[in-house]
Design a protein around this ligand. Structure first.
Ligand SMILES: Cc1cc2nc3c(=O)[nH]c(=O)nc-3n(C[C@H](O)[C@H](O)[C@H](O)COP(=O)(O)OP(=O)(O)OC[C@H]3O[C@@H](n4cnc5c(N)ncnc54)[C@H](O)[C@@H]3O)c2cc1C
Length: 308
C-alpha cells in the first residue's frame, strides 16, 4: 500500500502472480529506442491472467497501456505510470486457419501472419508487408498504405474491456478511419480476417516488390516510428504531410539528436544521442512551421505515452 492507502501497481501485479518487471526500460521495446521506464511491465501468460490484471487495475484506478511492437510509439523521457502490458506470451501470438480465414492473436507478429498466409496461397493481408506491427497494434491504428488497410480484410475481433470482460465484435461494430479506430476497449485479444485463394508465388512477388518500394523511399536504417503525421484530409490540403514538410524546407531540420529525415520528410528519426524530448521538439517545430507556411494543422500519427 502507498501513503494514500492504495495498492501500488507493482504490488497489484505481484499479488496476481503475473510475470512482471518493475521500473522496466521501454525504449528498447520500441522502434524509436528512446524514452523512460514503465512503473510495471507485465506479461500475462494467458487471457485469464490478462482479465484478472485489467479488473484489478480498474478497481484500483491504476492506469494501463498495451504495448505491441512499439512501431508507432514514443515513450516520454519521464516514463509511464501504472502498468504496461505486453502480449508476448504464446497464446497471444497464436495463428490458425479455418477455411480461407486466418485467426491471429492480438500479440501475433503481423509479418509472421502475412507470411503464413502467403505460404498457404491466401491473399488479403500481403499488401501490409513492411508495416512493423502486432495484429492488435495494427488494428488499433488501422495500419495500411497504398496497397491495403488492415480493416479491409477484417471479419471481427475479440476485445477485452477495462473490467476484463471479453467481447466479440463484428467488423461493422468498430469504426475504422484513416489510421484510427474507435474501439473503446483497451485490448484486442484476437482477430479474424477473410482471405481468398491465390498463387503463393505471385503473392511472394508482391511482398518483395512492396519491400523494394519501401526500402527505396523510407529511412529504414534509422530509428523512427514510421510517418510522424497523418496526411491532412483532401478538403484541407491536396498534398500529403511529407510534401508539406518538404516544401516548408524542413528536411534535415534537427534539434538535439532528432531530425526530419532527409530521405522522407514525414519521418522524424532519432540518432543515438537523441531523446524523446528531442523528437517531441522537432515534431512541434514541424507542426508550427507547416501551420505558418500553409495554414494546415498536421495531426500526429505517432502515439505518445507519458507526455506531461
Ligand atoms: C519503419 C516503419 C514503417 C512503418 N510503415 C507504416 C505503414 O506503411 N503504414 C502504417 O499504417 N504504419 C506504419 N508504421 C507505423 C506502425 O508500423 C503501425 O502503426 C503499427 O500498426 C504499429 O503496431 P504496433 O504493434 O507496433 O503498435 P504499438 O506501436 O506498440 O502501439 C500503437 C498503439 O496501438 C495500441 N495497441 C498495441 N497493441 C494493442 C492491442 N493488442 N490491443 C489494443 N491496442 C493495442 C497501443 O496501446 C498504442 O496505442 C511504420 C513504422 C515504422 C517504424
Amino acid at each position: 500500500m502507498n501513503a494514500a492507502g492504495k495498492t501500488g501497481a507493482g504490488d497489484l501485479v505481484g499479488n496476481l502472480d503475473i510475470r512482471h518487471e518493475l521500473n522496466a526500460a521501454l525504449g528498447p521495446l520500441t522502434w524509436y529506442g528512446v524514452g523512460g521506464a514503465a512503473e510495471v511491465l507485465a506479461h500475462p501468460g494467458d487471457a485469464h491472467q490478462l482479465s484478472a490484471l485489467l479488473r484489478a487495475c480498474h478497481e484500483s484506478a491504476v492506469p494501463i497501456h498495451v504495448l505491441g511492437r512499439g512501431a508507432n510509439l514514443l515513450v516520454a523521457d519521464s516514463g509511464v505510470r501504472g502498468v504496461v502490458v505486453q502480449l508476448n506470451a504464446k497464446p497471444f501470438g497464436a495463428i490458425r486457419f479455418e477455411g480461407d480465414d486466418v485467426i491471429a492473436g492480438g500479440g501475433a507478429d503481423l509479418a509472421k501472419v502475412i507470411m503464413s498466409c502467403v505460404r498457404r496461397g491466401l491473399a488479403g493481408l500481403e499488401g501490409l508487408a513492411g508495416v512493423p506491427a502486432s495484429v492488435g497494434g495494427a488494428l488499433r491504428m488501422n495500419a495500411g498504405g497504398h496497397h491495403a488497410t488492415i480493416s479491409g480484410a477484417l471479419v471481427g475481433l475479440v476485445s477485452m474491456d477495462a473490467t476484463g470482460r471479453t467481447r466479440e465484435l463484428a467488423r461493422q461494430d468498430v469504426g475504422f478511419e484513416y489510421r484510427s479506430s474507435d474501439l473503446t476497449d483497451p485490448i484486442i485479444v484476437e482477430a479474424r480476417f477473410a482471405l481468398s485463394a491465390d498463387d503463393p508465388a505471385l503473392l511472394r512477388k508482391r511482398v518483395k516488390s512492396i519491400f523494394r518500394d519501401k526500402k527505396a523511399s523510407q529511412p529504414l536504417q534509422e530509428s523512427s516510428a514510421g510517418c510522424a503525421f497523418k496526411n491532412p484530409p483532401a478538403a484541407v490540403s491536396d498534398r500529403p504531410a511529407g510534401r508539406l514538410i518538404d516544401e516548408a524546407g524542413l528536411k534535415g531540420f534537427r534539434i538535439g539528436g532528432a531530425e526530419v529525415s532527409t530521405q522522407h520528410a514525414n519521418f522524424v528519426v532519432v540518432h543515438s544521442d537523441g531523446t524523446a524530448d528531442d523528437v517531441l521538439h522537432v515534431m512541434a517545430h514541424v507542426q508550427r512551421a507547416v501551420r505558418e507556411r500553409f495554414g494546415v494543422d498536421l495531426e500526429r500519427e505517432v502515439v505518445v505515452w507519458g507526455q506531461s
